[in-house]
Design a binder for this molecule. Structure first.
Ligand SMILES: [Zn+2]
Length: 571
């Protein structure tokens, strides 16, 4: 009868996680930093009486607590490894020892449970050398329970050991933590899990193909126990290949993730979108898919830097990463893709239409390369500007504002534009053929008004703040001309103390005796208008020349392959 056979199978079937639970320190996977320290402490008889084992679930915390219990109590010990043959070892392995007590902190979290525990602590062990209390999920205890426990931890009896296992050590009170030796367990890498699963599959004769094992190892996300539970499910489904497993467990095979990411890197959204559609139709979880894509990109980024040496860090098998064309792995682009996708992941988690979000982001990611190209151009232009060879002054003021580009002793800085400013005040009025830029022979920066303002900002901020608001400043053959905006400014600058200070600063900056010339707002306007009218035609012509010859314009023509069609002068 088939039912009978099935019953027998189930009865004899021990879940893999229990069957393959490590019984010695040597069998523990991936926590050698913990096991080595514990073994030394046991051997030297210096094991602390209260230990905290913290780390993610399924990484071996309670398994190691049991191994420690056996190692210190073994009839052939205490030793670096329990013998696992003596009566004590066997009892502890079976969970039948009266002296090794395992308590679930989540369901025994109150003060009464801890009080009862404290009463039993006083009695000597029945069969073992030491009494051991293993409290799992200890962070779940109430504050009162912790306080009760604290009193015991302050002076633990020499025949008692406490081992606290927790996934959230940060939730433990400092008073508890400070009285314990703390061991932090780490997540296992997919490679470590994969190797362990391979051994189990061989021993159990499960006949899984290597890529199928990789898929399970990756899905376990660092937890050995989870990987074994998944393997149990795989066995129950009778799945052997990666496709069967991905279907049975709703996992997305690594090569599917790789195909989507490569399509994005190739700027081919069509391929990526069609693959996402297939995953969706086969019941794949899109949140999971986004998560896996994110990790694939992260692996590529690390792979570029670490290569084969980083294998233990990757969440994808090395062969998947090696299968991506090296030229596609561009650090700048992948960093940006990771940024985009991690933002999208949060939105996808909350969204009722995750598919639309994922498709949109995938299209944008595929187009990123084009956007980056334009960014590169902009960066290049910004680099040109920042190099100091050219200034960022608007082209209209080119003729005067290029530091060091003039060969006359005259330079002018237009200050902030105010609504009251007359049109004739535009900096164009200062353009003359003699001030045309000549970058090929650019001398070191000349002492100009702009430099003087920077200097003044440092040596006398109050003076600087007055001058910063005037209409225009000019230095011309030892005369600093100030065109005021208001009578208020004028009066401030006329103040003898202020005037003297300004003369001193300008003299020390320009390295020659400087005289001040104050111009009221009305006076300057009249003067400017007269000046402009005189040379209007020739100045306009030279302004156009100056613009055309400006290095920034030339650079833009070169970079964009552009040509100058028209020059407009605004007045
Ligand atoms: Zn033993």
């Amino acid at each position: 009868m088939p039912g009978y056979h099935l019953l027998i199978t189930n009865m004899s079937y021990l879940v893999l996680a229990r069957k393959w639970r490590p019984q010695t320190f040597g069998e523990v996977i991936g926590q050698s930093h913990v096991t080595r320290t514990l073994q030394n402490a046991i051997q030297q008889g210096r094991l602390a009486h209260a230990l905290i084992f913290s780390g993610a679930r399924g990484v071996g915390k309670t398994s190691i607590a049991r191994i420690v219990s056996k190692a210190i109590n073994c009839e052939n010990g205490p030793s670096k490894e329990p013998c696992n043959k003596c009566g004590i070892c066997k009892e502890i392995t079976q969970g039948a020892s009266v002296d090794v007590v395992e308590i679930d902190g989540a369901s025994n979290r109150g003060i009464d449970e801890i009080r009862r525990l404290r009463e039993t602590i006083l009695f000597q062990p029945v069969r073992c050398r030491y009494k051991v209390y293993i409290i799992d999920e200890v962070h779940m205890l109430t504050r009162e329970a912790f306080n009760a426990l604290l009193k015991t931890l302050e002076e633990p009896p020499s025949h008692v050991y406490f081992m606290f296992a927790t996934t959230e050590a940060s939730k433990l009170p400092d008073t508890i933590r400070s009285r314990c030796q703390h061991y932090e367990f780490r997540l296992l890498t997919p490679k470590e899990i994969g190797e362990h699963l391979t051994r189990i599959c061989q021993a159990e004769n499960l006949g899984l193909e290597p890529q199928a094992i990789d898929l399970v190892a990756k899905a376990a996300q660092g937890s050995l126990r989870d990987s074994l539970s998944l393997l149990d499910q795989v066995v129950a489904f009778g799945a052997k290949t990666k496709d069967q497993i991905s279907e049975a467990l709703g996992l997305i095979p690594g090569d599917v993730i790789k195909n989507i990411v490569v399509a994005i890197l190739n700027g081919d959204p069509k391929d990526a979108i069609l693959t996402i559609d297939r995953v969706h139709r086969f019941g794949g979880d899109l949140q999971r898919l986004t998560h896996d894509m994110l990790y694939f990109l992260r692996d590529l980024l690390l792979f570029k830097e670490l290569g084969v040496d980083g294998e233990s860090l990757y969440s994808n098998p090395l062969y998947e990463l090696q299968g991506v064309d090296e030229q596609l792995i561009d650090t700048a682009i992948i960093s940006e893709l990771i940024h985009m996708l991690s933002n999208a992941l949060e939105a996808i988690k909350r969204s009722s239409t995750p598919r639309i979000l994922l498709e949109t982001i995938v299209i944008r990611m595929s187009r990123l390369k084009e956007i980056v190209k334009i960014d590169t151009v902009i960066d290049k232009l910004e680099g040109v500007l920042k190099s100091g060879q050219y200034t960022q002054t608007p082209p209209m003021a080119l003729g005067t504002a290029i530091p060091g580009a003039t060969n006359s002793s005259r330079s002018t800085v237009p200050t902030k534009t105010t609504p009251s400013q007359a049109p004739s005040d535009t900096p164009l009025k200062k353009v003359t053929p003699s001030t045309r830029p000549n970058v090929d022979h650019a001398p070191a920066r000349e002492k100009d008004v702009q430099g003087f303002m920077e200097y003044l900002q440092n040596v006398s901020p109050p003076l600087w703040s007055i001058l910063d608001r005037v209409k225009a400043l000019e230095i011309d053959n030892g005369i600093l001309r100030i065109f005021c905006n208001s009578s208020f400014q004028e009066n401030r600058l006329k103040d003898p103390k202020c005037k003297k200070e300004l003369e001193q600063h300008s003299t020390s900056y320009f390295g020659q005796k400087i005289a001040l010339e104050l111009n009221g707002s009305s006076a300057s306007k009249a003067k400017d208008k007269k000046k402009v009218a005189k040379n209007a035609v020739s100045q306009r012509l030279s302004a156009r020349e100056a613009l055309k010859a400006h290095p920034l314009v030339k650079e833009a023509i070169k970079t964009f392959g552009a040509k100058v069609e028209d020059i407009k002068l605004f007045e």
